[in-house]
Design a protein around this ligand. Structure first.
Ligand code: ZN
Ligand code: ZN
Length: 270
């Protein structure tokens, strides 16, 4: 019996629809931590009672499966079909409480609200750190018809998989064998240009709205679909092709999470 349960758990873990794998969320939170203002660090320390952003980054993937948070199951993504107009879907998604675009805005609202309880703000922060990660996983803004790549079978290093799962976990794990802290440090290091000018990409990435970020992810997803036919045997060359994209998406996610938190604390402390 125990073996059967273990097999079922292993299978469901392999077919998680709900986000970057744990590594992707940890990296996003670790990058964000590097860019928090003193006020934001204080808000995180206060609401998380000494725990870090990384500590809670994966919480929502598990919580969404509990009856209390069942309504958040659809908050991890927004899918858009090839024949749909991206802009009109996203403009509806901003006010549609079943989507990630709305859900991110909602958590920001709760964190800004003066009437929200401490518990509500704690939960909102846990959700926000997770969802800003998810909206940067291109296949979380994939096509509805194949459930964001879940119904797009591929072979990854000889093992049957699907495009969504490969983007959630396989690609991140194969791109670099780094810990989440090493990932954060490597992708977030400033670029030193020839004239010695130090370019911190935080300034470049920390802008836009959740709808803008979803549009960006969707365009990347379209490119992934176009260059990865169903049943493709994916291996080293495919990982090399997409590693810079996964690095950039995780980097952007971290910078934008920091931006939202820094904006929230600016309003609160003004
Ligand atoms: Zn998720
Ligand atoms: Zn996912």
């Amino acid at each position: 019996m125990r073996t059967i349960i273990a097999c079922i758990l292993a299978l469901t873990a392999c077919h998680d629809l709900y986000g970057w794998g744990q590594k992707g969320h940890d990296i996003t939170a670790a990058v964000a931590t590097l860019h928090l203002t003193r006020e934001s660090r204080e808000m995180v320390r206060n609401l998380f009672e000494g725990k870090s952003l990384v500590y809670w980054a994966n919480w929502l993937d598990n919580a969404s499966h509990s009856p209390h948070y069942e309504h958040t199951l659809s908050w991890h993504y927004v899918n858009i079909d090839a024949e749909e107009c991206v802009d009109s879907v996203l403009s509806v998604a901003v006010s549609d409480s079943t989507h990630i675009v709305w859900a991110i805005g909602r958590q920001v609202e709760v964190l800004r609200s003066e009437t929200a309880s401490r518990t509500e703000r704690q939960i909102a922060l846990r959700m926000l750190v997770h969802l800003v990660g998810d909206i940067h996983q291109p296949l979380h803004v994939g096509h509805r018809s194949d459930r964001g790549g879940n119904d797009w079978p591929v072979e990854f290093f000889g093992v049957a998989s699907n495009l969504h799962e490969v983007w959630d976990t396989g690609l991140v794990e194969r791109a670099h064998a780094w810990s989440y802290t090493e990932w954060a440090k490597e992708i977030d290091s400033p670029i030193i240009e020839e004239d010695g000018y130090r370019l911190d990409l935080y300034r470049v990435y920390a802008k836009g709205s959740p709808a803008d970020w979803a549009r960006e992810s969707h365009l990347i997803a379209c490119d992934i679909y176009a260059t990865t036919p169903q049943l493709s045997p994916l291996s080293y060359d495919w990982v090399a092709r997409w590693s810079p994209t996964v690095e950039q998406q995780l980097h952007k996610a971290g910078c934008r999470l920091a931006m939202l938190l820094n904006e929230i604390t600016m309003v609160v402390t003004e």
